[in-house]
Ligand binder design. Structure first.
Ligand code: MF3
Ligand code: CO
Length: 251
């Protein structure tokens, strides 16, 4: 499949999908507290998504068994919710979710602290989020894709963080994963030219230590090799002539 440019009608549906997902992640973030299991996080998120008439797109995606990816501390992405995983004071949790609204996808992620967290952890969360905003300065017609990648990489690396290389952002629309792939680490080539109407899921995944990751035996959970803390921040973004329109952010 090649890169798609969405029509005004499609963009309207993606705006609604994004508005719903942004609301779910905002509200779910407020529910996070010590003593809660990641199973409960998933259950709440799943119910919220369905209450808006959306389908959780991750459930059964390539066999993934839940609606919300819950990744704690050194887990980067794709953690599997479990009744046995109880969040404790000082943990950080990344929540990644996707919804389908009238056939159109939105994909977004937030990392939040559980109770009181260290300054190191809160800086990692804030800077990972800020790197997304550094990247989308280039999310406008006429810029090139890897200007986004390089801005994300440079910002994070200026703090000595590791930018995960084994996973990338992606185009999104009638499919969860469409072309192009969007790396978060530095690229030699400038990448494709961006056009108004492209919709991209831009998602820096950042470690407080090295960028190397491995997969746990469940074949889903991605963790940092050196067990350092990791954060994830993602939104579905529309490219326009004037700049980015962030579809999945509701504050
Ligand atoms: N946001 C994730 C990504 O873009 C999607 C996770 S798919 C799932 O890779 F199967 F893990 F849910
Ligand atoms: Co994604």
């Amino acid at each position: 499949m090649s890169v798609t440019v969405k029509s005004e009608r499609e963009i309207e549906l993606m705006r609604e999908a994004g508005r719903i997902l942004g609301t779910v992640l905002r509200d779910l973030s407020k529910e996070i507290h010590p003593g809660m299991s990641t199973y409960q996080v998933n259950k709440l998120g799943d119910e919220m998504i369905r209450s808006y008439g959306c389908i959780p797109s991750f459930l059964n995606y390539q066999g993934y068994p839940a609606s919300i990816c819950t990744s704690v501390n050194e887990e980067v992405v794709h953690g599997i919710p479990s009744k046995k995983r109880i969040l404790k004071d000082g943990d950080i949790i990344s929540m990644d979710a996707g919804v389908i609204y009238h056939g159109y996808h939105s994909d977004a992620a937030r990392t939040v602290g559980v109770g009181e967290i260290s300054e190191e952890a809160s800086k990692l969360i804030e800077r990972t989020k800020q790197s997304f905003f550094e990247g989308i300065k280039f999310a406008k017609e006429g810029c090139h894709l890897h200007e986004i990648s390089n801005a994300i990489a440079d910002y994070n690396e200026s703090f000595g963080y590791g930018v995960i290389r084994d996973l990338v952002g992606h185009g999104i629309g009638t499919e969860l994963h469409e072309e192009p792939q969007i790396p978060n680490f530095r690229q030699e080539r400038r990448g494709m030219k961006l056009y108004s109407g492209m919709t991209l899921a831009i998602e820096p995944m950042v470690s407080a230590g090295g960028y190397s990751v491995k997969w746990l035996d469940d074949d889903w959970t991605v963790v940092t090799q050196d067990k350092s803390l990791a954060a994830h921040y993602e939104n579905t973004v529309l490219i326009t002539k004037n700049g980015p329109e962030i579809l999945s952010l509701v504050e």
